[in-house]
Ligand binder design. Structure first.
Ligand code: PHE
Length: 379
């Protein structure tokens, strides 16, 4: 007992005397940490008889409460002091001439999203959005990928662990929505197709640009990247409409007429038939330039995304009658088409936030893309 009282007093004194968050953390580990003496003392309660426990428990528990309170209070005080110190140190001289201050720029991804919206608006498409934190029904099931579908595994999905389980035991379950659906970061913009169909019914003409997430990282893949989804639902829609739309878009986007597209047969669970979309380019002075024929010498094809006719099962999941409505969908990598148009070669630099890169590749906020002035014009 006296031992606990004196150790508690010593701990409270050490906490009061701590001058840094590191020193405070060291004291926390010594007392309340997994191997701290308070935690160890608490563990001994389990081996006691009920009488012994009634005797010993209050002292240990009040020691723990007193130390925890003192740690919290001291932590808040140290953080407040650090903030005060930082505020005193970081001052901004508002009398500096504005021209000398660094100017922000519009990120190429934002610029390209604006360009997309502008071009597709001209074709009668509205911009739709959906949540980045999705559930597995919208992201997979309604897109004709049931629980056992192998494509689910291929998506390298980030799931949300169940916080209540994670803190109380080793077992980490998955967080669920009230409907019992797993919570995840969307792996593509295709769930917006489902949301659009459920929300507005048919006919539909939308694009949905946004962030998507996959557990993947190298020079051409980042865990977060951008896609634009396109969805058209109407009567009598066929593959020709898809091809014309993509061609018309790419001509406007790359601002040249000699765009060649290659549609390659492919497979996506949510489209039938499915095609992958490649664009022809050539290397000119170390820079990739879109245009010309991808099979000619010196030319190559770059894959820009997937597309196809919306699978009848998907229409059914989204409450539309496939006998009445047909449609096409596509999903393009925004970062990729931005790299191709503006000549960057490392995707990772997009998300480093380096002001030199942004000054070089960024756009003036005054340079709004418009079809009449050119969707990629620089000020
Ligand atoms: N969602 C697919 C992907 O991310 C792309 C796609 C969209 C394919 C729409 C077909 C139709 O890989």
């Amino acid at each position: 007992m006296t031992d606990i009282t004196s150790r508690t007093e010593a701990a409270l004194a050490a906490i009061a005397a701590a001058t840094s968050l590191d020193a405070l953390e060291a004291e926390r580990l010594e007392t309340l940490g997994k191997k701290g003496w308070v935690s160890l003392a608490l563990k001994t309660l389990g081996g006691m008889t009920p009488e012994e426990r009634t005797q010993a428990a209050p002292a240990i528990q009040s020691a723990r409460a007193a130390i925890a309170d003192a740690l919290d209070a001291k932590k808040a005080a140290l953080e407040a002091a650090a903030l005060e110190e930082q505020l005193a140190r970081e001052t901004v001289d508002l009398t500096l001439p504005a021209a000398a201050a660094p100017r922000g720029s519009v990120h190429p991804v934002s610029q390209v999203m604006d360009e997309l919206a502008e071009i597709f608006a001209d074709l009668g498409f509205a911009v739709a959005t959906g949540p980045e934190i999705e559930d597995d029904w919208h992201n997979f099931t309604a897109l004709n990928m049931d629980e056992t579908h192998p494509a689910r595994a291929m998506h390298d999905t980030f799931y949300f662990p169940d916080k209540t389980l994670a803190s109380s035991s080793e077992a980490v379950g998955q967080q669920k929505t009230p409907e019992g659906r797993e919570v995840l970061l969307r792996t593509h913009t295709s769930p917006v197709q489902i949301r659009a169909m459920l929300d507005q019914g048919a006919p539909i003409r939308i694009i949905a640009p946004g962030r998507v997430y996959r557990s993947d990282s190298d020079a051409t893949h980042t865990p977060m990247f951008h896609q634009v989804e396109g969805l058209v639902i109407d009567k009598g829609i066929h593959l020709g409409h898809l091809k014309w739309t993509l061609e018309t878009f790419f001509k406007a986007f790359f601002e040249r007429e000699d765009i060649t597209l290659r549609l390659r047969p492919s497979y996506f669970p949510f489209t039938e038939p499915s095609v992958e979309v490649d664009v022809g380019y050539s290397n000119e002075g170390g820079r990739r330039v879109v245009g010309g024929h991808g099979d000619a010498p010196g030319h190559a094809w770059m894959e820009l995304g997937g597309s196809g006719m919306v699978n009848a099962r998907v229409l059914e999941f989204a409450g539309l009658d496939p006998k009445e409505w047909q449609g096409f969908a596509f999903g393009l990598g925004i970062d990729r088409i931005a790299m191709l148009k503006y000549g960057m070669n490392d995707l990772r630099a997009f998300f480093d936030g380096d002001p030199r890169w942004l000054a070089h590749y960024g756009f003036s906020p005054f340079d709004q893309p418009t079809l009449s002035a050119g969707v990629g014009a620089r000020a």
